[in-house]
Design a binder for this molecule. Structure first.
Ligand code: MC0
Length: 143
């Protein structure tokens, strides 16, 4: 069903500042950035190498660009403290994976996948279904 852990997300008030820290302190690279108005966040993808290899796991810095975003709510409940927010599993066929997970009683947040990083199709398992962890499913655009 799943290919690899595509990314682990770090939620913080300032994704730019977090990315700068990874670059200057750890020598990581910024691979991609975009604002996602649907999710109300700025996201910056960081990787340990300048070129992404197929199975490389990234760290995604996310910070709210809207006060009503779920990430803003998460930070508020966490008293403004940054921390690990979710992990994302890469899948080849999000529709098939979603159907199987639903059959197995897993609660997905969206009826249909929404738009994520770089036009990926994304959905999330509710933290109650992920045993306390928010898990994203992400499918890259098909060529
Ligand atoms: C909330 N909970 C979490 C959690 N957020 N548990 C683990 N990890 C998290 N990140 C838990 C709370 O502690 C609480 O547990 C319960 O879930 C309900 O939380 P709430 O504080 O009442 O908040 P809700 O229910 O309003 O929202 C939680 C929910 C929301 C997961 C539904 O955050 C959501 O829709 N998330 C999906 C979208 C998202 O995260 N977008 C940002 C990344 P108790 O035990 O107290 O009931 S977008 C992204 O990453 C894209 C662009 C991409 O990669 O392509």
């Amino acid at each position: 069903l799943f290919t690899c852990i595509d990314h682990v997300a770090y939620a913080c008030p300032d994704a730019d500042e977090a990315a700068k820290f990874y670059i200057e302190t750890f020598g990581w690279h910024e691979i991609h950035r975009e604002e996602n108005p649907d999710q109300g966040i700025l996201e910056i993808m960081m990787a340990p190498a300048a070129e992404l290899t197929p199975d490389m796991t990234q760290v995604q810095m996310i910070s709210p660009i809207s006060e009503t975003s779920t990430t803003a709510k998460w930070l508020e409940k966490n008293n403004g403290r940054a921390g690990l927010h979710h992990m994302a599993w890469r899948v080849d066929d999000i529709d098939a994976v979603s159907a199987t997970l639903r059959e197995r009683g897993v609660r997905l947040l969206y009826d249909e996948p929404r738009v994520g990083t770089g036009g990926n199709r994304i959905n999330f398992m509710h933290p109650k279904s992920g045993r306390g962890v928010l898990i994203e499913l992400t499918q890259y655009p098909k060529n």
